[in-house]
Design a protein around this ligand. Structure first.
Ligand code: NAD
Length: 522
């Protein structure tokens, strides 16, 4: 964070020539390695599989980025067994050594940041700055968790005494095998960071990346391996969610789980089923339906820029993306006009190009959703701009769509209630702050929210009443997006997250530990 050249999600205008030259070279290098086959990694050994899955680039679906192993239930069982076997040694490894190894992994990520970013752009479709930002964030998260262990002395604290003969200590200790299941939109940060937190805490890990971005898991696993993590402490099972993911999450020897992904899988399929014989920690970080509220005293330049960045940055495919705006009736017309104009000026193109703001939609499912949601918007509201895919010219083979602004939808319309995960923002007009807050909170989600106002009493009311884990006030850099570890801890309330503690914050590592109270009597 002290480093001035740091690329974060809010430095979207980075025009650093050196940075781009390094990325150009990295892109060239990884192009030469497209389509290679990658095995599983279990108990310190590579394991090829009979079945593989092709990971292609959403920018051009004819290009296979990697051919990745598909784990069977048997492979998953072996991975859990290997992690379990490695646990006793890893648990008793001094925490300072665990921290050193995870710190080393962070350094390795930084050293290969351009190459990892190039793979990320290719496999997931995010633009240069978003990709570099994610890789940098991943390294920062590793360092942050290592630092939390140091700052808390490994979480061992002397307690009070009832008798001079007693010594009482509170120690936080690991659980055992920790499963990490990640989404495709932040495949490095949201696989690497929970794994790093689990590892510094002394758990061993089995990682399952999204089947949309399996190469990310392979490359992260390789980093842990090069950092010197002992065999069995980090294992990788690539494959489908329904087979490998389900088998891993519900394995009886998995002691804890971190899942990041949709509400439907995270809550319905995993949280409700995870604990069978006794309660176990189940961290589920899920979606959002993040609102921005714009009052009549707002600085509209900031509001338009903030909403534009959060609604359309990375194609709205962030859990923190802004997909609803409640704007005061006095400034509604102007806000919509300016937002529409900004959307029409967005640079859409190949994510590998320097000037691209908006790359393709990351998945075929999302691309199909865009057509469906656009037609629903036309039926029930007014599409002010966008609402159409781009199916011609150089972009004809990718999942390219136009940023979309919708108004006049009924308040309880599906597009106002469900996470869209696309560059679509729905704007509603309100007459008061009370009305805006009531609408903003009327959702099962509670991840992020933004507020634009020139009145302190309104800001205070927003902060007091909004139901969300991450909130921003008057922020042009992103109305609802752009958190950074150690700066804005990130997590959701209600249907957006299970722990009430945020990622990259003061209480994250503790989520991977359980307390033991020790009394020793002389
Ligand atoms: P998803 O729920 O479809 O998949 C997430 C992961 O779960 C993938 O690895 C998938 O293979 C696996 N999976 C699927 N079915 C499974 C099953 N039955 N058992 C076990 N694992 C299974 O989500 P996605 O499309 O990859 O990611 C997008 C979602 O993630 C959005 O809802 C987004 O808001 C959310 N997200 C949340 C955060 C956060 O921090 N709260 C961050 C990023 C993304």
């Amino acid at each position: 964070m002290e480093n001035e050249s740091k690329v974060t999600y809010v430095t979207l205008s980075a025009d650093n020539e050196e940075l781009h030259s390094k990325l150009d070279a990295a892109i060239e290098k990884v192009r030469g390695r497209l389509g290679q086959t990658h095995p599983l990694f279990i108990g310190g050994k590579e394991r090829p599989t009979q079945q593989t899955t092709d990971s292609f680039t959403p920018a051009d679906t004819r290009v296979v980025v990697a051919r990745v192993a598909s784990a069977t239930t048997e492979d998953v069982n072996d991975a859990v067994r290997a992690a379990r076997a490695a646990f006793a040694d890893w648990r008793s490894t001094p925490w300072q050594r665990r921290v050193e190894l995870v710190d080393r992994a962070a350094v390795l990520i930084r050293e290969s940041a351009h190459e990892l970013s190039a793979w990320l752009m290719l496999e997931m479709g995010k633009n240069r700055i978003e990709a570099l930002g994610e890789i940098e964030e991943t390294a920062d998260l590793y360092h942050y968790y290592a630092e939390q262990m140091r700052a808390n002395g490994g979480f061992s604290r002397e307690m009070g005494r009832l008798s001079p003969a007693d010594t009482n200590t509170s120690v936080l200790r690991p659980y055992g095998v920790w499963a990490v299941i990640a989404p495709w939109n932040f495949p490095y940060a949201l696989m690497g960071a929970p794994a790093a937190a689990a590892l510094v805490a002394g758990n061993t890990v089995v990682m399952k990346p999204s089947s949309e971005t399996p190469l990310s898991g392979v490359l992260l696993c390789d980093v842990f391996r090069r950092a010197g993590l002992p065999a069995g402490t980090v294992n990788l099972v690539t494959g489908s969610g329904r087979i490998a993911g389900d088998a891993l999450a519900l394995h009886p020897d998995v002691a804890g789980l971190t899942f990041t992904g949709s509400y439907d899988v995270g809550f319905e399929k995993l949280y409700r089923r995870f604990s069978r014989s006794y309660p176990k920690p189940c961290i589920v970080e899920m979606g959002g339906k993040n609102p921005a509220i714009v009052m009549d005293t707002a600085d509209l330049d900031r509001a338009v820029t903030g909403v534009y960045r959060s609604a359309f940055g990375m194609g709205g495919q962030k859990c923190s993306a802004c997909s609803r705006v409640y704007v005061h009736e006095k400034v509604a017309r102007e806000l919509v006009t300016r937002l529409v104009s900004a959307a029409q000026d967005a640079r859409i193109g190949d994510p590998l190009e320097r000037t691209t703001f908006l790359g393709p939609v990351g998945t075929r499912g999302g691309f199909d959703d865009y057509a469906r949601f656009s037609s629903m918007a036309r039926e029930s509201g007014t599409v002010r701009t966008g609402g159409a895919a781009i199916g011609d010219g150089q972009l004809a083979h990718g999942f390219y769509v136009r940023p979309t602004v919708v108004t006049d939808l009924p308040r309880d319309h599906l597009l106002m209630k469900e996470e869209l995960f696309l560059p679509i923002v729905c704007v509603q007009t309100v007459g008061s702050l009370d009305e805006a807050l009531e609408q903003a909170n009327d959702t099962r989600f509670g991840l992020t929210a933004g507020f634009f106002s020139g009145r302190q009493e309104e800001i205070d009311a927003f902060l007091d009443r909004i139901e969300a884990g991450v909130v921003y006030v008057n922020r042009a850099a992103g109305a609802t997006t752009g958190a950074w570890p150690g700066v804005q801890p990130f997590g959701g309330w209600k249907g957006s997250g299970s722990t009430g503690k945020n990622i990259g914050g003061l209480y994250t590592v503790q989520c991977y530990l359980r307390e033991q109270s020790r009394t020793l009597t002389k």
